[in-house]
Ligand binder design. Structure first.
Ligand code: NAD
Ligand code: MN
Length: 489
């Protein structure tokens, strides 16, 4: 009997012993305030809302709900800091602060990873080994540009834009904060950041890091709250630049509000990436990439490889390998170092995943799910794939944002890129083949901001990231990410 089947049939005998990360050393304050003017201040609204651990449904803390007045004082504080301090400071001095922040993040990275996992449900393996190193890397990278902006844009005179309003989602809470704050500060802008309502904890820990780094007061302000807080920021008249990462639906609404104003806008929205698997690909390696592409972070990834296109000749082999491989994925306590798949971020997100998967079954697709047992408390969804999916099915078009892969087939490279492109989104794609010429052909035809070849979900601060079509516009990361925060005359 192959090892994999033995492991399944013998239950616990073949499981690893639990290896939970210690969370007791990191105290979480029972209540979190707003971060305005360098200080933690109570919300004028007087209101707080709970943030829970989605793996246990336990309340972790209370988060302040900022209203319009709170947002207004945050914007005023950012404006003062912009005019009096930050825009006048030489780039080399701004860079020193960014380096200092990056180093403190590295020092506290274990604590930040534990908090990220507890508040958001992602596995400690990912928050510790992927999110936190990238968070520090983004601050280091943009710190390096702060005194070299003229070299970044030769012949131009890069100037800051002013106050940036930044709204981020819950899937990579700290990393999205880093993508937005680091380039804004490097260019001399000041910031009002609004984290997602289910994952504000690490943003508030970041506020303490800014205090420790003695970042001048008001350079970064953080207002927590839900959609109304975000809307107050979008509508505030004294914002020069808005950067939004989130759903296409909300992004479209923001674009309407901003149209006709002088606010600059960048949008990073949803995706429905195609991962294209050719017959000549190294299949086992490709299967690992497909698995990482869709089940990484429970599929809570805008660039997740959520549509798999398999060339017909290898279809049955690929399906068999996928079926075996998802059985070996460990689902459960995200703080356990052996866990592959953590908790779904929130109850509404779990309901959305269930509803879309059911629509796939109702429309005629076949469901394959891991038979793993799920914890009784918390929000969970087992690794899943759907076969027999056709282009008209909702699961082939709508973003599921969960650990669910829709599998389809193709015959020729032309058919593959045409079908991959035949969708309103265009954030990312993957190509698996042994032939370099085929990679170049596909990369030139795929309408996606990022195309990975023989790998998937790899990120680097030097590399720009962003979408085509309804996946948004503007780029984050690299020089392009810097350009989004400068006037270039
Ligand atoms: P969402 O759009 O509901 O929320 C994102 C953020 O916007 C949150 O902070 C939320 O509070 C705020 N918000 C909600 N309504 C608002 C409004 N009317 N005005 C202003 N702000 C408002 O999205 P979500 O469900 O939290 O996140 C998942 C989505 O984000 C997915 O569609 C995913 O693809 C997308 N995403 C995209 C990227 C990218 O880089 N392209 C990265 C991560 C997530
Ligand atoms: Mn939470």
């Amino acid at each position: 009997m192959p090892l994999r089947e033995r492991r399944l049939n013998f239950g616990d005998k073949w499981n690893y012993a639990p290896a939970p990360e210690d969370s007791k050393n990191y105290a979480i304050a029972p209540q979190h305030e707003l971060f305005i003017g360098g200080k933690l201040v109570k919300p004028k609204s007087g209101k707080y809302f709970p943030s829970i651990n989605p793996a246990t449904e336990e309340k972790l803390t209370e988060i302040a709900a900022a209203n319009e007045k709170d947002v207004d004082s945050a914007v005023k504080s950012a404006r003062r800091a912009y005019e009096k301090v930050w825009s006048k400071m030489p780039g080399r001095e701004r860079g020193k602060y960014l380096y200092r922040i990056a180093r403190i993040i590295q020092e506290k990275s274990r604590e930040l990873a534990v908090l990220e996992t507890m508040d958001g449900g992602k596995t400690i393996k990912e928050s510790r080994d992927v999110d936190l190193p990238l968070v520090a890397a983004h601050f280091f990278y943009y710190a390096g540009w702060a005194d070299k902006l003229k070299y970044a844009f030769p012949g131009k005179n890069p100037q800051p834009l002013g106050v940036a309003g930044q709204i981020i989602p819950w899937n990579f809470p700290l990393l999205m904060a880093a993508w937005k704050i680091a380039p804004a500060l490097a260019c001399g802008n000041t910031v009002v950041l609004k984290p997602a309502e289910t994952t504000s904890l690490t943003a508030m820990r970041l506020a303490q890091i800014f205090q420790e780094a003695e970042l001048p007061e008001g350079v970064v302000n953080i207002v927590t709250g839900a959609a109304e807080t975000g809307a107050a920021l979008v509508n505030h008249p004294d914002i020069n630049k808005l950067a939004f990462t989130g759903s296409t639906e909300v992004g479209k609404r923001i674009a309407q509000v901003v149209a006709g104003t002088k606010k600059k806008l960048t949008l990073e929205l949803g995706g429905k990436a195609a991962n294209i698997l050719f017959e000549d690909a190294p299949i086992d390696q490709a299967i690992e990439g497909v698995i990482a592409g869709i089940y990484f972070n429970q599929g809570h990834v805008c660039c997740a490889g959520s549509r798999l296109f398999v060339q017909e000749g290898i279809y049955s082999t690929v399906i068999k390998k996928l079926r075996d491989r998802i059985q070996t994925l460990r689902v459960g306590n995200p703080l356990d170092k052996n866990t592959d798949i953590g908790a779904i971020n929130s109850k509404p997100q779990l309901q959305k995943i269930r509803e879309l998967v059911q629509s796939g079954v109702d429309e005629g697709a076949q469901l394959t799910q891991s038979s793993c047992s799920l914890p009784s408390k918390g929000y969970w969804f087992p690794p899943t794939f759907l076969t027999g999916v056709t282009h008209s099915h909702r699961v082939a078009n709508e973003e599921i944002f969960g650990p669910v892969l829709s599998v389809m087939t193709f015959r020729t490279p032309e058919e593959a890129f045409e079908r991959a492109n035949n969708i309103p989104y265009g954030l990312s794609a993957g190509v698996w083949t042994d032939k370099g010429s085929k990679i170049f052909k596909m990369v030139n035809k795929l309408r996606a901001g990022v195309v990975w070849a023989n790998t998937y979900n790899k990120f680097d601060p030097t590399s720009p990231f962003g979408g085509y079509k309804e996946s948004g516009f503007g780029r984050e990361g690299g020089l392009q990410g810097l350009a989004a925060y400068c006037k270039l005359d």
